[in-house]
Design a protein around this ligand. Sequence first.
Ligand code: ADP
Ligand code: MG
Length: 736
Amino acid sequence: MSDTAPRRLRALGEIPVSQLRHIGPKRTEALASLGLDTVLDLLTLYPRRYIDRTRRVDLSDLVVGEEAAVFGEVRLSSSRRTRQGKSLVDVSVVDGGETLKVSFFNQPWRGAQLVPGVQAIFFGKVSDFRGTRQMTNPVVDVVVGASGDERDASRVGGIVALYPASGKAGVTSWEMGGFIEESLKRAGPLLDPLSEELRRDHSLVDRTAAFWGIHLPTEMADVSPARRRLVFDEFLRLQLLLALRRRRLEESSSGVRHPFDEHDLDISPGSLRDEGSSLVRQFLAAHRFALTGAQRRVLHEIGRDMASALPMHRLLQGDVGSGKTVVALATLLMSIDGGRQGAFMAPTEVLAEQHAAALRADVTGLRVADPAVLGGERDVVVQLLTGRVKGKERQAALDALAKGGIDIVVGTHALLTDDVRFASLGAVVIDEQHRFGVEQRAVLRDKGRAHSEEALDPDLLVMTATPIPRTAAMVVFGDLDRSVLDEMPAGRRTIATSWSRAPLEVEAAWQRVRDEVAQGRRAYVICPLVEESERVEATSAVAERTRLATNELRGLSVGLLHGQMKSLEKDEVMAQFRAGEIQVLVATVVIEVGVDVAQASVIVIEDAWRFGLAQLHQLRGRVGRGDVQSYCYLLGEAPSADGVDRLEALVNSNDGFALAEIDLDLRGEGTLLGARQRGRSDLRLANLRRDEEILNEARVVALEMVARDALSAHAELMDELRLFVDDEEAQYLFRS
Ligand code: ADP
Ligand code: MG
């Protein structure tokens, strides 16, 4: 407390919690179990809610039937069993002389938790019990426990911050508040890495005020500016990291200058095939459809990147069915036009195989120069490389790849193994990115660099399976440029989606399957998601197939696809389904992404509520890929409010971009950021929906700082960034 020099966050991260008063070995351990080891950890544990004790709610004013939060002190508590044998704990809560009756069913432990003297918040629906206000099974936040709370109670009466996860380790919110209050006092004035000018321009309070304001507001009006500043800091750090990552990449690499001619894209199918022209042009001229405006625009963006000496790092977003694959192929052909190879990475074997087959068909007739063969020219070669390609076949493929006898390699993770070498890798397309991390991108890039003579980086195109909201893209893919396919191929019809709950509605769904099949079309049935294991899921899929084949879908040819099948079997099944020998495919979510069978016109998703919104949209995208009317049936009740929201959203919208926004609302950002951000760089306070404006501001500031090379003037900020990345990345980003 005696120090006068303002402290850096780093210094706070070096003070163990055990140095605080009232924290002995036992509490140190309890806090450690919550991931709280240092004063910095405590200060960045932000309140979940506040109660304003200056404003008492008049209990009699509570509206019956509405939700409310009531703060009060427990006076009486009794436990008993009801006649049905349920445990019942009744508690009387007093606030300003008035009483609220709170009942808990099947929560016997409430008896020990809510003893007289405990002060807590009760959040729930208000009902009326013979003139007394009542709540049943409300959410409870204990603010002041019955004993062991040494925190000075003199502050009670103002605004109290409530902290999360306080119950788990036996630390009450009140105690936590005490530790944090002491941390703030110990910390003293905090060093502010942002200049006064910057703070003024962006209406940001200083850092010390921000930490005090969020944890110990004197009035509710203190919270919002405090939060704004802290959120800005979180975004700024993250955006600086992304901008730096990008900057380093550009400095440390040079890309291939692929030949690219804008006019090659202005060609429609049926144009005369000009043997002398580029592969891209020949390909488009022979293709079965003309590009949409969006595909053409995106290919221009990609082409410019490909032609530039900076390696491309581009994210391609497009809704399900918007036609990303043809963009990918054209990109790979641009690389081959320059005498180099292309790699296409898919998340599953089924997809890799589908892409390989489609690509092979698409490049038929295209020839490339190859001095190693007779005549100096040969067909474009597409090779599949998955875990399944083994032994001699694999060795032969690897040799050809290393010598340049293969132009496009399509594979899964198997492409990342050490023995995969390229003669000259010019472009990499990663499909359905959400399953691959940043690390894998780097491995592929290095393969291009290590094995080409000039050590040039291949161009990289990352495609997402379903759209993600703009804000999330800025955070998760902020180091990539963005291209968006915002137009569907002509003739697409909205997939008619219904949520079928009543037996008659369910019967109508199966009737539709039979009708569509009778017209020569195909159907998918997606089995319930089983959480425990793939094996259990497979078993239930097998059972469901048998059930359907003998009941609702008797007489139809019903096939099966699940994750426990050998890849050869999976192939076989997919081939039969494509060919129409299998009419209905009962599948687990292995079918989720990318699978493209144009004749499929109906999909039935069982127990639909179990799937996430993006996943449902992706599943639905398996149909409606041609120009016939397609149908999606969501079966089953949704036992949670969330589930209802998801299914209703799906019924009401076919627009993946809109659904992505809703999904972000429903799920929060945690899942989105999950794999990507390690260590401390997680956004703790920021909310991508609510704080979009702050994100935009922070991004602009970060980009400017990096572009102007102004970071050396912000030594404190740089020092702080290091706190939030691991050592390896720090070495890469901050070496001078
Ligand atoms: P996704 O973006 O979901 O990967 P695909 O690339 O699989 O979509 O394309 C979906 C379907 O639309 C495919 O059957 C594809 O052949 C077709 N398609 C793509 N682009 C066009 C276009 N410009 N005109 C007509 N059909 C197209
Ligand atoms: Mg696709």
